[in-house]
Design a protein around this ligand. Structure first.
Ligand code: F6R
Length: 264
């Protein structure tokens, strides 16, 4: 686990964009797992800028999004498909057939649909790099507290905390979705590399529990401790409850000297 502590949101975005860009340069046909949410907006802006400056080509990249609300059509302004188009896919050259986002409009055999999403990930050779945000309750994707650490893509009921956080983006009187389709924790742990971004003081407790606390289904992101290649990039407010900040900074210093590839 590598912890990169940055001053602010902007520095987090820059570092994350650099890590993703260099992964794509090393492997142009990268299979990239993507996330939505406020944390990701600035990162996508950086990636779009790199693309528009001609230094980042997504034409061979294949993407899989983590999750989607159930019951929203693709064109709904709060759907994750809409978010991805607005912030990223509408401005870069990922071929439409290489974009995978769970379909929130499906009805009926959810298990079969979720198994087919897993099958598409396998058919693409697995995810090379999975991008994650984190919820205040420690969720990754929509794996709410008490999710099985071995869970796969499935239908998930959203927690009260998530409904409160995400409900704010829905209009007055508009009912926000209560369920989502999300990759499972087991699915996420199969990615070859994981990059988690956390910004802002509201994420401090979840980040500290995930990184320094026990592995527990009460904090889904703590399962990342089981993964051999995870990088967390946190800003100062999100890192404020970590007790070993000095150590993490020394590790980054040594990494820069000994294996600089891991940081760029
Ligand atoms: C979104 C996702 C969620 C978010 C998390 C943080 O695709 O999987 O786990 O990453 O809820 O959301 P923000 O960044 O809005 O605080």
């Amino acid at each position: 686990m590598l912890l990169i502590l940055k001053r602010d949101n902007e520095e987090v975005n820059k570092q994350a964009a650099q890590l993703i860009a260099s992964a794509i340069k090393k492997k142009p046909s990268l299979t990239l797992g993507l996330a939505t949410g406020n944390t990701m907006v600035g990162l996508y802006q950086h990636l779009v800028r790199l693309h528009q400056a001609g230094s980042l080509d997504f034409s061979k990249v294949v993407t899989f999004n983590l999750d989607e609300y159930l019951g929203l059509s693709a064109s709904h302004p709060q759907s994750f498909r809409h978010f991805m188009h607005e912030h990223f896919f509408g401005h870069v050259n990922v071929p439409p057939h290489s974009i995978h986002i769970p379909d929130g409009s499906i009805r009926g055999d959810y298990d079969q649909y979720c198994a087919s999403y897993e099958q598409s990930i396998r058919a693409a050779g697995g995810i090379d790099l999975q991008l994650l945000g984190i919820g205040r309750n420690g969720h990754i994707g929509f794996n709410e507290p008490t999710s099985s650490l071995a869970s796969r893509t499935r239908l998930k009921v959203l927690s009260r905390e998530t409904l409160d956080d995400n409900g704010k983006s829905f209009g007055p009187g508009e009912e926000s979705p209560r369920c989502a389709i999300t990759m499972g924790i087991g699915t996420i742990l199969e990615a070859r590399k994981i990059l988690l971004l956390a910004t802002g003081a509201s994420k401090a407790a979840a980040a500290a529990k995930s990184i320094e606390g026990p592995i527990t289904c009460a904090v889904s992101a703590s399962a990342l401790q089981l993964h051999p290649d995870v990088t967390f990039v946190l800003d100062e407010p999100a890192a404020s409850q970590l007790t070993q900040r000095d150590y993490y900074n020394r590790v980054v210093e040594m990494t820069a000297r000994l294996t600089p590839d891991r940081l760029s």
